[in-house]
Design a protein around this ligand. Sequence first.
Ligand code: SAM
Ligand code: DTB
Ligand code: SF4
Length: 364
Amino acid sequence: MSEVRHNWTKQEIVAIYNKPFMELLYEAATVHRRHHDPNTVQVSTLLSIKTGGCPEDCGYCPQAARYHTHVEGNDLMEVSQVKAQALRAKEAGSSRVCMGAAWRNVKDGPEFDQVLEMVRTINKLDMEVCCTLGMITENQAHRLAEAGLYAYNHNLDTSEDYYKDVISTRAFKDRLDTIENVRKSNVTVCSGGIIGMGEALEDRAGMLVALSTLDPQPESVPINALVAVEGTPMADLPPIPIWDMVRMVATTRIIMPETQVRLSAGRTQMSREGQAMCFFAGANSIFAGDKLLTTPNPDVNEDMAMFKLLGLNPQKPFTKVSQPKTVEAENSKYQPLGEKPRWSRPGHTIERNEAAKQNAKLTD
Ligand code: SAM
Ligand code: DTB
Ligand code: SF4
C-alpha cells in the first residue's frame, strides 16, 4: 500500500515540525531512504529568460516593477542564447533547466511561441525542462506539454492566510487554479514556497497542508529561504536560522515521501554542514549555477566539491518520469485560444508593500 497520505492536518504537521531535533531528523531520513537513493541529488539550473518589470506586487520579489531594486529589466531571451546556456548547464552536471519569466500570466502570441521553441530545443538536448511563467490556462499547459515540458513551477509560497499579507495583485486560489491546469496535462508539478517572510509556524504548516493534500502530491517541492533584497518590502527581515530550514525540509519529506524536495534559494547563507543536514533530512535537489534568477547562488565548483565531500551524485535526467516527446509546432493538436482568463485582483492594501512602492517613487 502507498505510504502517501493526502489528509494531513495543520496540527499533525506542527507536531512533526516541533519534534525533538534528533527524532525529527531520524524519522525524515528513514522515510527518505525508503523512497529515494540517499546519495543522489537532482541538479537544476535556473535561467531568467525574461527579467524584471513584473506588474505584480509580491513582497519578496526583486523583479516587481513597482519596487526600486538592483534588477534591470530585459526582453525575452533568444532561443539560440537559451540553447547555449542549457548546453553549459549540461556540461556542468545539471539534468534540468528551469526557465523563469517575470510575468503575471502567459499571454498567447509570439513571445509564448518563442518560449515553446525554447522548450522544444532543450528537450532535444535530453535535459528535463521546467518553466515558471506565472499563471497559465489549461490550453497553455497542453501546448507546453506538447513542446516537451517536463515540469511547471508555480509556488504557493505560504499559507492561504498569510498570502494576503504578501501579495495583493492575485489570490491564493489563482495559484491553485494554475496548478490544477498543469495537472490536466502530462507536465509534472513543482510547487513549494518561501520561509523567512515573517510568517508564523502555523503558516509554514498551512502551506504544507495545501501542498500535501493535492492528489497527486507535487513531484517536486522547492523550499526557499527568503533572499532579502534591498528595495523590496521584505528587505529588512532577518535571515532564518538553519534549524528552521532543516525542520522545514524534514517535515516536507515526512509528509510528501515520494516528492523531490529542493533546497532552493538561500544556500549562499548556509554552511556545508547546514546543507548536509538538509540532505540528511531528505532534501534531494538543488539549484546550481552562480545565479538564481537575479540573486547570487553558490559557485558551481564549490557545489561539486561539496557533493564530492558528501559522496553525493547528480541524478540522471528522466530518472523519475520518462522523457516527454516533442511535437513540432506545425503538428500541434492545440491552437492558441486567445482566452482572457479572469484571474483575480484582490487589490487590498498591504502596508509594507505600499511603503516600498512610495519609497521607490522617491528614489527613482
Ligand atoms: N512570475 C512567476 C511567478 O511568480 O510564478 C515566476 C517567477 S517567480 C520569481 C518564481 C518564484 O521565485 C516565486 O514564486 C518565489 O517562490 C521565488 N522567489 C522570488 N523572489 C524570491 C526571494 N527574494 N527569495 C526567495 N524566493 C523568491
Ligand atoms: C523556486 O522555488 N525558486 C526559484 C525558482 N523556483 C524559480 C527562484 C528563486 C528566486 C530567488 C530570487 C532571485 O534570484 O530573483
Ligand atoms: Fe512577478 Fe513572479 Fe516576482 Fe511575483 S514572484 S513579482 S509574479 S516575477
